[in-house]
Design a protein around this ligand. Sequence first.
Ligand SMILES: Cc1cc2nc3c(=O)[nH]c(=O)nc-3n(C[C@H](O)[C@H](O)[C@H](O)COP(=O)(O)O)c2cc1C
Length: 151
Amino acid sequence: MTEPGGDTSSVFQLLYSSHSRIPRPDRPTVLAEIFSTARSHNKGAEITGALLITDHYFVQVLEGVQDAVEGLYARIGEDPRHEQLTILETRTVDARVFPHWSMAQVSSVGHADIPLHVTQGVIAPKSPQHLTTEQRNLLTTMRNAIGADTV
Ligand SMILES: Cc1cc2nc3c(=O)[nH]c(=O)nc-3n(C[C@H](O)[C@H](O)[C@H](O)COP(=O)(O)O)c2cc1C
């Protein structure tokens, strides 16, 4: 049986950013809906990844079989809850960076799987010791993609 993240074949990774269209008061409810859908769908499709949520932007990494990742990205691109989707990077890696998360929530608010804290404009994981070097590097790329937007 293949567990998500348990395969040894190469993994396709897609990183994109987008601009949120979710009105601030609706965010907790809408984000909960997005994560619920994402997690159940991604488990079935053996997709893993992380979604960074900031005040105005999303940055998401999707990893899995290339067809599955590209198919999901096409569907996410149709979603009216965000706009201005921009692919930042696609690459093939030897192993998943977020093998244990069907979609990790990365945020300084709410119940994040990877909580961030912000001090004097610098955004960093609250517990970097719990993350691998690859996870820390990818999170840095994700944070840099949205510049100084508040998380
Ligand atoms: C920022 C963002 C990230 C999303 N991430 C995922 C995801 O990882 N997996 C997923 O299935 N849906 C994700 N969605 C939701 C999809 O866009 C879509 O609503 C959902 O897959 C249901 O698609 P369907 O209506 O075609 O069944 C995301 C939506 C947004 C706005």
